[in-house]
Write a protein that binds this ligand. Structure first.
Ligand code: PMP
Ligand code: GLN
Length: 384
């Protein structure tokens, strides 16, 4: 393994899911739903397969039906107009979109600012692209992890090329506010930075939180690469259909890298996701309401079990602080949790450069059936 990748080892998601299988513990670690997405979308995939649509290499940018549907989704939800032919690119999940964007846009030595804790593929992809990651730490404040805008400003140097944003944010559940996004946009314009914004949890925002794409802010349309995922939005994480929307030059750049990573992927599923994106608002509302009820169930259960709970405004993850349980090392806690309570969770420290800043935080996923969450909650009570 080369020096760029040596520090990354096996992803925590694979490690913890293997631990769940080995111990038979309930897996609230890796973020995947235990209920597949809508029946009609599954049927659409079957039809595509049967009718021979997408069984051979689809077009490099994605099938036209899906690119059109992605553009229509961005227009319908956010008023963002994109030309399906030049401003939309289908990728093998958001994971490939992140990789291709960073490989395409970074020169060796360029600095990339990302919020810490960050989704684990960010660090690895920045490294593969020869970039340098500059973490800005989100810190607990009034029950949520918040961004310090002063710290963000101070992190920008003459070598900064790109801001890598994620809202709603995995693993903390923070949703950036309009004010914060305005400040980020102003900074990007002032310092002439590119922005890659991972918005895969765009449909999972709760209470008063609102998802506002960065691309909608003044001066951002031309410098922002926006990333979405059918895995997250329609609960088909195995299909690996993601997408990029951006200005033509940026899409062309990302595509240049993408064509040598997977070239294309997920042929028949692309047709199914095109139909999914056209589902009525009621699908998205029901999906959100379902996850909201699950959030409340797990949040209450974790609080009962003695965790400090950071109630997420978005995503399907809850970050907790284990110190009220008399614990301080999230790694040790998560490695022992299957034996102690029959549950698997993720130590947030893996998402930090400053590991000590993340040490006491542990993430639980709530994209699971109600009965599974209830059983997990009842098991976790033994910790209190
Ligand atoms: N970004 C974030 C923040 C995620 O949580 C995930 C998936 N867990 C991804 C990207 C990857 O999405 P996909 O499965 O579409 O590759
Ligand atoms: N994004 C999911 C999570 O955060 C997992 C994705 C993966 O396994 N790479 O749990």
């Amino acid at each position: 393994l080369n020096r760029r990748l040596a520090e990354f080892g096996t992803t925590i998601f694979a490690e913890m899911s293997a631990l769940a299988v080995r111990t038979g513990a309930i897996n609230l670690g890796q973020g995947f739903p235990d209920t597949d997405g809508p029946e009609e979308v599954r049927e659409a995939a079957v039809r595509a397969l049967r009718d021979g649509r997408g069984n051979q290499y689809p077009p490099g940018p994605g099938v036209p039906e899906l690119r059109t549907a992605i553009a229509a989704h961005q227009q319908r939800l956010y008023g963002l107009a994109h030309d399906p032919d030049t401003e939309v690119l289908v990728t093998a999940g958001a994971t490939e979109a992140i990789a291709a964007a960073l490989l395409a846009l970074l020169e060796p030595g360029d600095e990339v600012i990302a919020f810490e804790p960050y989704y684990d593929s960010y660090a690895a992809c920045i490294a593969m692209a020869g970039g340098t990651r500059v973490p800005v730490t989100l810190r607990p404040q009034d029950g949520a992890f918040r961004l310090d805008l002063g710290e963000l400003r101070a992190a920008v140097t003459d070598r900064t090329r790109l801001l890598l944003i994620n809202t709603p944010h995995n693993p903390t559940g923070t949703v950036l506010t309009r004010e914060e996004l305005t400040a980020i946009a102003e900074l990007a314009v002032e310092r002439d930075l590119l922005v890659v914004t991972d918005e895969v949890y765009e449909h999972l925002v709760f209470d008063d939180a609102e998802h506002v794409p960065l691309a909608t802010f003044p001066g951002m349309r031309e410098r922002t690469v926006t990333i979405g995922s059918a895995g997250k939005t329609f609960s088909f994480t195995g299909w690996k259909v993601g997408w990029v929307t951006a200005a033509p030059e940026l899409v062309t750049a990302v595509r240049s890298a993408k064509q040598f990573l997977t070239y294309v992927a997920s042929g028949p599923f692309q047709y199914a996701v095109a139909e999914a994106l056209a589902l009525p608002d009621s699908y998205f509302a029901a999906f959100r309401a379902d996850m909201l009820a699950k959030r409340d169930l797990l949040a209450a259960g974790l609080a009962d079990a003695g965790f400090e709970v950071f109630r997420p405004a978005g995503t399907y993850f809850i970050t907790t602080d284990i110190r009220p349980l008399g614990e301080s090392d999230g790694f040790a806690f998560c490695r022992a949790l299957p034996e102690r309570a029959g549950v698997v969770a993720i130590p947030n420290a893996v998402f930090y450069d400053h590991r000590e800043a993340g040490a006491p935080f542990v993430r639980f996923a709530f994209c699971k059936r109600t009965g599974v969450l209830e059983e997990a909650v009842s098991r976790l009570k033994s910790l209190a």
